[in-house]
Structures are given as C-alpha cells and as structure tokens.
Design a protein around this ligand. Sequence first.
Ligand SMILES: *[C@@H]1O[C@H](CO)[C@@H](O)[C@H](O)[C@H]1NC(C)=O
Ligand SMILES: *[C@@H]1O[C@H](CO)[C@@H](O)[C@H](O)[C@H]1NC(C)=O
Ligand SMILES: *[C@@H]1O[C@H](CO)[C@@H](O)[C@H](O)[C@H]1NC(C)=O
Ligand SMILES: *[C@@H]1O[C@H](CO)[C@@H](O)[C@H](O)[C@H]1NC(C)=O
Ligand SMILES: *[C@@H]1O[C@H](CO)[C@@H](O)[C@H](O)[C@H]1NC(C)=O
Ligand SMILES: *[C@@H]1O[C@H](CO)[C@@H](O)[C@H](O)[C@H]1NC(C)=O
Ligand SMILES: *[C@@H]1O[C@H](CO)[C@@H](O)[C@H](O)[C@H]1NC(C)=O
Length: 349
Amino acid sequence: MFNNVFVGVLLVVTLVVTCEARVLLEDTTNYSLPSADEFVQRKGTEFVLNNSEFFFNGFNAYWMMHVGVDPTQRHKVSNVFREASSIGLTVCRTWAFSDGGDRALQISPGLYDELVFQALDFVVAEARKYQVKLILSLVNNYNDFGGRPQYVEWAKNASVAVQNDDDFYTNPIIKDYYKNHVKKVLTRMNTITNITYKDDPTIFAWELINEPRCKVDYSGITVNEWVEEMAPYVKSIDNNHLLEVGMEGFYGDSIPDRNQYNPEFGMSKKKEGYNISARDSFMNAVYSRIYSLAIDGGTFSGALVWQLMDEGMDSYFDGYEIVLSQNNSTTTVLNQQSYKMIQLDTIHH
Ligand SMILES: *[C@@H]1O[C@H](CO)[C@@H](O)[C@H](O)[C@H]1NC(C)=O
Ligand SMILES: *[C@@H]1O[C@H](CO)[C@@H](O)[C@H](O)[C@H]1NC(C)=O
Ligand SMILES: *[C@@H]1O[C@H](CO)[C@@H](O)[C@H](O)[C@H]1NC(C)=O
Ligand SMILES: *[C@@H]1O[C@H](CO)[C@@H](O)[C@H](O)[C@H]1NC(C)=O
Ligand SMILES: *[C@@H]1O[C@H](CO)[C@@H](O)[C@H](O)[C@H]1NC(C)=O
Ligand SMILES: *[C@@H]1O[C@H](CO)[C@@H](O)[C@H](O)[C@H]1NC(C)=O
Ligand SMILES: *[C@@H]1O[C@H](CO)[C@@H](O)[C@H](O)[C@H]1NC(C)=O
C-alpha cells in the first residue's frame, strides 16, 4: 500500500515537471479517444476526424482474426484493445484475409468460413468498443496466410495458364478472385454490431495489399496499374473510407546505396546488441522524430509500431513483439507518445 502511494506521488511529480511523461496509472485523466461514430477523412495531406486534424499513436496486430477464431483465445483480442486504448493507442492495423490453409477465411475462391468471418466481426466490434480505429488489409504479398501465391495456386487448380506469383497483378481471373474478396469483406454485415463494414466508422482505411512486390517488373509499373484498377474498384463499393496501397515507401533496388535508410519501425530481439533499453531508446528516437514532423505541419500524423501481442502468445513471437502488460518500460514509451500526439489533437482543435 505504502509503496503504491509512493510510486504514485513520484509519477505525478514527473508529470508536472516534464509536462509530457504520463505513465500507466488508473487514476489519471482519461485520454479522449476517437469518436466511434465518425469516419476519418482526408483534407489535403491531413487526416481529419470530427472536423479537427487527427493525430494518433497506433500499433500493428496482424494476428487478431486468426487468434479470435478460437473462442478460448478470443480474450487476447480484447485484452490487447483494452490495454492499448488505456495508453491512448487509437489506430490498429490488422489482417482481413486468410486465404487457404489453417483457419482460412477464404477457403477457396468465393468460399468463406463463416466462423472465421465471425472472428473478424469480433475484432471489428471490439475495436469499436475500445474506440480504436482499424486499418484492414485485404491480401498478403507473401505466402503467410495464403497471399498472392495462394491466389495463383487457385488459378492453377482451375486450369488457368499462369507462370508465377506476379500473375496476381495481371491475370484477369485472379484479379476477379481478388475483387470478389474485396466485395465480400466490404459488404459484410457484422454479426455482432449489425453494421456493414463499408458503413462502419471503426474502420480508418482499407489497405489493398500488405507490402506489394513484383519481381518481374522492378519499375513499379505493373503494381501501379494493378492499384489503378483496384483502388477505383474499392471506391465504387465504399466511398466512406480512406484507402491505402500497403506500400512501405522504401528505396528500391535501383538505388542500392539508399537501402540502409529504409525505415523499419520496431526492433527485433534477433538484432545484434538488442536489449530492452536499446529498443526503448530506439523507439523514443523514432517517436520524437515523428512528433516533431507532426507538430510543425510536417509529413506525419502518427505511426503504428510493429507489433503488439498478448501474454501466452509465444508461438507467434517474431522478435518484435511488445506485451504491454509485461514490458513496462516499453509501455511507458508508447504511452508518452500517445499522450503527446493526443495533445496535438487538442492544440489544433
Ligand atoms: C475514466 O474512465 C473510466 C471508465 O470509463 C471512468 O470510470 C473514470 O471515472 C474516468 N476518469 C476520469 C478522470 O474521467
Ligand atoms: C466533436 O467536436 C466537438 C467540438 O468541436 C465536441 O464538442 C464533440 O464532443 C466532438 N464529438 C465527438 C463524438 O467526439
Ligand atoms: C481444385 O479444383 C478442383 C476441381 O475443380 C475443385 O474441386 C477443388 O475445390 C479446387 N480446390 C481448391 C482449393 O480450389
Ligand atoms: C442485430 O440484429 C439482430 C437480429 O435482428 C438482433 O437480434 C440484435 O439485437 C442486433 N444487435 C445489435 C447490436 O443491434
Ligand atoms: C543495451 O544495448 C546498448 C546498445 O547496444 C548498450 O550500449 C547497453 O550497454 C546495453 N545495456 C545493457 C543493460 O545491456
Ligand atoms: C517482455 O515481454 C515478453 C513477453 O512476455 C517477455 O518474454 C520479455 O521477457 C519481456 N521483456 C522484458 C524486458 O520485460
Ligand atoms: C509492470 O507494471 C504492472 C502494473 O503497473 C506491475 O503490476 C508489474 O509488477 C510490473 N512488472 C514489472 C516486471 O515491473
């Protein structure tokens, strides 16, 4: 008891002195979380919510639907949303795909597993409950959870003449498979909230594809043409939501000496010299850069760290995992950034 009081006092002092350090404490002012009933919009290069510029701190958690399929594991989805929103994380990016294989959402072209869809419904409903906005990605570039390779396999199985995974971008039958998936997800009626996905302001944006790559055409033209076809298709079904490609925005192979500057945001335990304080100070450095680029009308409105997980998910750990309930120092780093970004919302209001 005494210890708790003591720690509490210390933290309040820190808060007063620095005006920005805010640590996980149940009795401090609540964050003002995004409105559950408003769509995020774009004005010029700004995000806008409820008529004011929207700044955020957020996270990735690709695993949510996959884990949520199992009713005995579903609480992990809720735990992460609850803990994240309690430290002011207001945007989450996750997968709205799982093509073929284990716990497939799309078992084969156009054939869906209703129970898996209900797990996605749960993810969206929980996000809404905790006032976290979602970025939902519609297909993977890689073969994790099926991805482009699975679409191409499906075409092969249907006797379509295809040569390699890059046919995903150009083959008309595969493009139709993808469009069908887009339509299926966007027009899905959530069985928990009864809100159709395309009408649900919980969704911040759609993402066309996670990290597109095209080996047969490094110029970018093939991917670009695919985007030029798919983006209007998404918008033809859903004009409420923002849309992004899923491209990381990195330097390509045509300028190899710039490769070293490609941002990765997160730090893996597998990296040489890794320790928790190295990770925390790396993240602090990235966050303070993002904050300074946001505050003066620069290019950032927020960032999504890779990635949050819950306790008991060791089999999913990829080295980047952050478990808020167990990694206290990192939780503090995230919390401070959330606080700073949310203050910007208020300042600009
Ligand atoms: C914060 O939110 C909780 C739950 O909604 C509420 O019980 C509490 O009174 C709020 N605290 C403040 C300071 O507004
Ligand atoms: C929207 O902003 C106004 C002030 O500009 C505020 O009074 C209102 O509570 C906000 N609505 C929501 C849902 O946050
Ligand atoms: C592969 O093709 C066969 C024959 O048309 C079909 O019955 C089967 O469902 C297909 N499998 C997948 C995974 O698409
Ligand atoms: C959704 O609709 C069903 C069937 O009409 C109804 O029983 C349920 O209460 C509704 N749920 C919500 C959250 O509105
Ligand atoms: C953590 O890593 C940093 C950078 O690699 C190093 O300077 C520091 O001494 C390490 N700290 C501990 C506690 O190992
Ligand atoms: C962070 O949490 C993970 C997952 O529980 C745990 O394995 C790791 O030891 C924690 N690291 C620190 C420094 O607390
Ligand atoms: C992390 O913080 C929680 C609550 O703030 C506390 O109960 C727990 O003991 C802390 N864990 C470590 C390893 O410091």
